[in-house]
Design a binder for this molecule. Structure first.
Ligand code: ATP
Ligand code: MG
Length: 361
């Protein structure tokens, strides 16, 4: 069996490798800064854990390989402008938007989009970085000088909540989807997820149809995530990620085959797994806090620590938990109650949104 190379050696690459190991597949995440000559074979496969990358000795070697899956899709989705154009072209609902051009003014955006307008850098934004709010009513409405030509302006959406759909498409076009995931973002960064939720089931088919349309149009192979705003019974696509996604991490605990395994299966041309979902799952991101191995004493808790230097606002790990009853979750949540701000908000959100009984789920 050929080697599967992953452009990028962060936590997603590590988890792809981990998921492929029981299948006997050789997955090798590549640090984009390495100077190594990679022993690439023409039958190998290349995938990526990130949607854009600088030109380096390593990325040059990988990006010129004939079997780089989805190579032409990455630049189209990594640029928010072309991503939005794709959504419009396919008539998929998304927050109304305009490009921020050389002569664009804040007044124009407010006139077209309303009081709250969110500027987003076209490239390189993640975890809420590369965002700038224009709020007319509070007089904070200036487009940063160097954002002209490099950003889009989106209508601020007063959404009810945020959900995401993680799907996988195989080389033969077959698709599978995990259940919709409920997500909590604080300051633009994902803190917690819950899945599955009975109350989101009514939106599942609609969400699957939206993501299918996209994956089919792009002839995409592998896992893709679609982040949405739920506004009543409608879904507005916030953004797409052509890769395994943080809001799918719960599948490591709560699905018979997780998003990482399904991505590897897809890019390797192996049969996909329609995952069997187990009980109830939650995921809590570890952001800017040190690891505490006492957490391992919490019943049912699964810890993923990325061995990254802890910095404010940086994702350094996550906690998964899959359990049958609410009491088990409450026990874990209470055991984590000493976590600093803004964790009390995230823990309260989990408490409030985890189904309290099988019936209420
Ligand atoms: P990621 O790390 O997921 O790639 P990101 O920083 O690239 O995130 P977005 O997902 O576009 O950027 O935005 C981050 C968060 O900011 C969203 O999850 C949502 O909470 C908020 N947000 C984004 N766009 C809007 C909008 N148009 N209206 C209101 N809130 C928004
Ligand atoms: Mg996002």
């Amino acid at each position: 069996m050929s080697t599967i190379w992953v452009l990028g050696a962060g936590q997603l690459g590590a988890m792809l490798k981990q998921a492929a190991t029981p299948l006997g597949l050789d997955v090798r995440p590549v640090d984009i800064e390495t100077d190594e000559i990679l022993p690439l074979d023409k039958n190998d496969i290349v995938t990526a854990e990130r949607e854009e990358w600088p030109v380096t000795a390593a990325t040059k070697q990988l990006a010129t390989h004939d079997n780089f899956v989805n190579l032409s899709t990455f630049p189209q989705l990594a640029d928010r402008l072309t991503q939005k154009q794709w959504l419009d072209k396919l008539e998929l609902a998304t927050s109304p938007w305009f490009p921020v051009e050389a002569n664009s003014t804040a007044e124009q955006f407010h006139q077209a989009l309303g009081d709250r307008v969110l500027l987003k850098r076209r490239r390189g934004g993640y975890d809420g970085k590369g965002q700038h709010w224009l709020i007319e009513s509070s007089g904070t409405s200036a487009i940063p000088e160097d954002w002209h030509g490099h950003a889009i302006a989106e209508q601020g959406i007063p959404f009810d909540e945020e959900v995401s759909l993680v799907g996988v498409r195989g080389k033969n076009g077959e698709t599978y989807f995990y259940p919709l995931t409920l997500n909590l973002h604080i300051n633009g960064i994902l803190y917690a997820s819950i899945a599955p939720l009975e109350r989101l089931k009514g939106l599942q088919r609609k969400a699957e149809a939206m993501l299918s349309k996209l994956m089919n149009a792009l002839d995409y192979v592998g896992v893709m995530a679609m982040e949405c705003f739920r506004v009543g019974d409608e879904l507005l696509i916030n953004e797409l990620a052509p890769r395994v996604h943080n809001s799918g991490h719960w599948t490591q605990a709560g699905a018979s085959s997780n998003q990482f395994e399904n991505h590897i299966r897809a890019v390797a041309g192996l049969p996909l797994a329609p995952a069997v979902i187990k009980n109830q799952s939650m995921m809590l991101n570890l952001i800017g806090i040190p690891v505490n191995y006492d957490w391992l004493a919490i019943s049912g808790l699964e810890l993923y620590w990325y061995k990254k230097e802890v910095r404010v606002g940086r994702k350094v790990g996550h906690i998964n938990m899959c359990a049958e009853n609410y009491g088990q979750f409450i026990n874990a949540i209470e055991s984590l109650s000493a976590l600093p701000e803004p964790y009390p908000q995230a823990l309260n959100w989990l408490k409030a949104n985890l189904p309290q009984s099988e019936k209420a789920k």
